[in-house]
Design a protein around this ligand. Structure first.
Ligand code: G4P
Length: 193
C-alpha cells in the first residue's frame, strides 16, 4: 500500500537490531487519515469473506483494527494484555512470548464476544516472529470460531512470522513488506495490497 510505504520512508527511523520506529504515525501518535485508508484496503480485500468480527491485540493494533471493522460494518475486539477489573466473565486466554521485548504475557478475550458462528479477521501493526498473531489465532480457536485471515500493516519479511502463519493454514495480507533495513534504508518487497 503506497501511502503506508511512503509514511515508513518519510517518517520512520531505523533503530539498531532491525527495529523500525514508527511512533509518529502508528505506535504513539496516530495518523487518522492513514488508518482510514488502511481500513478501507483491508475491508475491500476481505469484503466477500463474511467477516463477523475484527480482532486485534492492544495497543497499536487497535487503530487500524477499528477502521477495518468500521469499513466492514462489524465489531472490533482487542485482546488485553492485563486483566481488567470488569473482566469477571469467563476468559479465553493464552501465553504470548515476545522475542523483541523478551517477555511473556498472558492475553485474553472475554468468552462473551466470540463464538463458533464467528468468522474472524485478525489485524495487527507488526508481524515479526508471528507470536502475537499465533496467540490471537489460539484465542479464536478456543472460541470455536474461524480465522479468515490476518491483515498486517508492516511485515518484517526477514523474520519467520509469515511462514509460521502460512504453516498454520492462515492467509497473511501485508500492506508493507520489509526485505531489509541496511544503512538507514528500508528495502521493500512487493506488498500484498
Ligand atoms: P511477533 O508478535 O511477530 O512475534 O513479534 P515480537 O514478539 O517480536 O514483537 C512484539 C512487539 O514488538 C509487538 O508490539 C510488535 O508490534 C513490536 N515490534 C516488533 N518488531 C517491531 C519493529 O521493528 N518496530 C516496532 N515499532 N515494533 C516492533 P507490542 O508489544 O504488541 O506493542 P504495542 O502494540 O503495545 O505497541
Amino acid at each position: 500500500m503506497k501511502e503506508l510505504m511512503n509514511s515508513i520512508v518519510e517518517k520512520g527511523t531505523i533503530l539498531g537490531e532491525g527495529i523500525l520506529k514508527v511512533d509518529s504515525f502508528l505506535n504513539h501518535q496516530v495518523d487518522p487519515e492513514l488508518m482510514y485508508q488502511i481500513g478501507e484496503s483491508f475491508a475491500q480485500k476481505f469484503n466477500d469473506r463474511h467477516v463477523t468480527k475484527v480482532v486485534t491485540i492492544e495497543a497499536s493494533g487497535i487503530a487500524p483494527a477499528l477502521t477495518t471493522a468500521q469499513a466492514l460494518g462489524v465489531p472490533m475486539i482487542y485482546a488485553r494484555k492485563t486483566k481488567s477489573i470488569t473482566m469477571n466473565s469467563e476468559l479465553l486466554t493464552t501465553e504470548v512470548y515476545s522475542f523483541t521485548k523478551q517477555v511473556t504475557s498472558t492475553i485474553s478475550i472475554s468468552k462473551h464476544f466470540l463464538n463458533e458462528e464467528d468468522n474472524v479477521l485478525l489485524i495487527d501493526d507488526f508481524l515479526a516472529n508471528g507470536q502475537a498473531a499465533k496467540g490471537l489465532i489460539e484465542l479464536v480457536e478456543q472460541a470455536g470460531a474461524n480465522v479468515v485471515g490476518v491483515g498486517i500493516l508492516i511485515e518484517k519479511s526477514y523474520q519467520q512470522g509469515r511462514a509460521l502463519l502460512n504453516d498454520m493454514g492462515v492467509e497473511v495480507v501485508s500492506l508493507a513488506r520489509i526485505a531489509s533495513m541496511v544503512e538507514g534504508e528500508v528495502e521493500f518487497l512487493e506488498a500484498d495490497l
